[in-house]
Write a protein that binds this ligand. Structure first.
Ligand SMILES: Cc1cc2nc3c(=O)[nH]c(=O)nc-3n(C[C@H](O)[C@H](O)[C@H](O)COP(=O)(O)OP(=O)(O)OC[C@H]3O[C@@H](n4cnc5c(N)ncnc54)[C@H](O)[C@@H]3O)c2cc1C
Length: 570
């Protein structure tokens, strides 16, 4: 077995907003650092930052305030947020936004007076979402990519992290697979960043880019990292329905509903009037997704198993000016957003939960950092539209700054050859088997299981069944068979994805069972109300045998006391 090696000061997994901002900031802080970015696809083309449609939340107007943005974020998060992480997001977001424009070359839309245009997004008390049309992510990622290419930063594209390597109690690097050649690579590093963007793709209908499969979270889990808020998975209300195509789940952005698009069930009833008559389609994502899901489950969906979004009354000119990307996306799949309704479904979109971090992105493991969607705490029980990309940019930058400082006193550690051989052998074992189940079929099973039993509406019985089924599924994945060899092997890649997703899925399911209430994105039909006693976060750590131990952790309400707590105490 071929194993190459490479040394780095800083090793970054993921080239989305978080990974690239970390590289930019670490490089700026100390241009002599050897920075290695490992990305599962192509830099600038992979991950979800590129897919950002709506935009980036930042306080720029004197009529807005950090306190307002902060309180919107807490309210959206049902007060489960780590308040220091949420405050840091709000506080750093404007500076980082201006850095994107003034230093990294992004150009955002302007108002007539020349100031940066900011549009409304659900759950916000002020229009603070900065955007470039409805294709903001492409603007950000293209410029970040150009910057990284111009600097002395090593980028390993079409490469994936497999496992972190430990030396004593610190993370000392990682085992990486060059997907094109099938070569294993040991990268020793003084600091390592996990920024692989979560694993909401564990659900049958989902919006994130397909290469994201919870890899970073699973790698960190196997290394002993602690996780928080894993029950919190956000479903976006309007994912396209295009049969078995990979385009199913791809989003029609929230701004459409903000601008007045309406939702109808299969019987042409504008059902939001029954669920949230005051806010209608502008209700938060969790409310709209749940309402649509309940309509579909009650048999009032469309023939394709969805509901309908209709923006045609907004007029051709308005839609073409404001949502050209959405119009085109619909056209590509044979839908006419300009003139009629389009079939949509709730779509698994974003994981609020992830690795436990502090404001400098340090995890509970020495030399391991996490940022962006892989990290927990900023968004609490529900993320506001526009806060996701801000999170990646803000915390990516903080991780880069902190890691650059951290490595000045850190040293490279030796990694054991036996550890490397064992891991490489474990990952390639499915290729050596003559029989076993197919990764593709098992992936379908996982997605259906998570959609049906750990999805938008959860119930104790379903969650218990899901946990048992996940146990069996994990065992079956250990005996999968994949054909072909190590080089560019999609089936083998899927087997690795699946092994990682089942770990993340188990954390989500266990945490969903543990939280005995409904809050934010987590809805239990057997416990539909929120309970102030559950204003605490759920932590998952591994026990001595690699099993999952859950506990609840009090929240430090350092800046704002949740209204429900004040009411409960009064
Ligand atoms: C369709 C869509 C629209 C969105 N619109 C908005 C919006 O308008 N506003 C907003 O705030 N948020 C939006 N979001 C959410 C936003 O995209 C995310 O919050 C944010 O981009 C996540 O950034 P990240 O850097 O953590 O991860 P990503 O940008 O997703 O990057 C993850 C990176 O990790 C890489 N990777 C994965 N596994 C591995 C591995 N094993 N080894 C190496 N690399 C790996 C991937 O290839 C990718 O480069 C949207 C999301 C989607 C899906």
């Amino acid at each position: 077995m071929n194993v190459d090696s490479l040394d780095a000061d800083i090793l970054i997994f993921g080239a989305g907003g978080a990974g690239l901002l970390a590289a930019v900031h670490a490089h700026d802080r100390n241009p002599r650092l050897k920075i290695v970015i490992v990305v599962k696809g192509l830099m600038g083309q992979s991950g979800c930052t590129r897919m950002v449609q709506g935009g980036y939340n930042a306080v720029l107007s004197p009529a807005d305030s950090l306190q307002m943005h902060f309180e919107d974020t807490l309210k959206g998060g049902a007060y489960l947020n780590d308040q220091e992480l949420a405050w840091t997001l709000v506080e750093d977001a404007p500076t980082r936004l201006l850095e994107l424009e003034n230093r990294l070359g992004c150009l955002f839309d302007r108002s007539d007076d020349g100031t940066i245009h900011q549009k409304p997004f659900a759950g916000q008390s002020f229009n603070r979402t900065v955007h470039r049309g409805d294709l903001t992510g492409i603007e950000i990622m293209s410029n970040l990519r150009d910057y990284v290419l111009e600097e002395d930063i090593t980028v390993l594209e079409d490469a994936r992290g497999l496992d972190l390597l430990s030396s004593g109690d610190r993370v000392a690097g990682a085992l990486v697979l060059d997907i094109r050649t099938g070569t294993f690579l040991v990268v020793r590093s003084k600091a390592t960043l996990i920024a692989t963007g979560g694993g909401a793709t564990m659900y049958r209908i989902s919006s994130p880019s397909l290469e994201k499969s919870g890899d970073g979270m699973a790698m960190a889990w196997r290394a002993g990292a602690a996780f928080m808020d894993m029950e919190m998975v956000q479903f976006h209300p309007t994912g396209l329905l295009v049969g078995r195509s990979i385009a199913t789940g791809g989003l029609l952005e929230e701004g459409l509903r903000g601008a007045g698009a309406r939702l109808f069930n299969g019987q042409h009833d504008r059902y939001m009037a029954r669920y949230d008559p005051a806010r209608m389609e502008r209700a938060t994502r969790d409310v709209v997704s749940r309402s649509s899901y309940l309509e579909i489950m009650a048999g009032r969906g469309t023939e394709h198993g969805g509901v309908l979004i209709d923006a045609s009354h907004l007029g051709e000119e308005f839609l073409l000016t404001n949502f050209p990307g959405m119009v085109e996306r619909c056209q590509t799949h044979g839908f006419d957003l300009l003139h009629g309704p389009v079939d949509v479904s709730p779509s698994a979109h974003y994981q609020m939960g992830g690795l436990e971090i502090d404001v400098n992105c340090h995890t509970n493991l020495e030399a391991l950092f996490a940022a962006g969607e892989d990290a927990a705490g900023v968004h609490g029980a529900n993320r506001l539209g526009g806060n996701g990309v801000a999170d990646s940019i803000v915390y990516g930058a903080r991780a880069g700054d902190r890691m650059a400082d951290y490595v000045t006193t850190a040293k490279l550690s030796d990694v054991s050859a036996a550890q490397v051989r064992a891991l490489a052998g474990k990952w390639s074992s499915s290729l050596d088997r003559n029989q076993g189940e197919s990764a593709f079929a098992l992936r379908d099973e996982l997605e259906s299981l998570m959609w049906d039993k750990v999805g938008i509406v959860r119930h104790e019985h379903g969650l218990e069944e899901a946990l048992a089924e996940l146990g069996t599924l994990a065992e079956r994945t250990r005996h999968m068979k994949t054909s072909g060899d190590l080089a560019f092997n999609l089936e083998w890649g899927e087997a690795i994805n699946l092994a990682n997703l089942t770990i993340v899925a188990e954390m989500v399911t266990r945490s969903a069972l543990y939280r005995r209430e409904s809050r934010g994105a987590h809805y239990r039909s057997d416990m539909p109300a929120s309970n102030p006693q559950w204003l605490k976060r759920i932590r998952v750590v591994s026990d001595d045998h690699g099993g999952m131990t859950l506990s609840d952790v009090p929240i430090a309400f350092t800046r704002v006391t949740p209204p429900e707590l004040s009411t409960a105490q009064a």
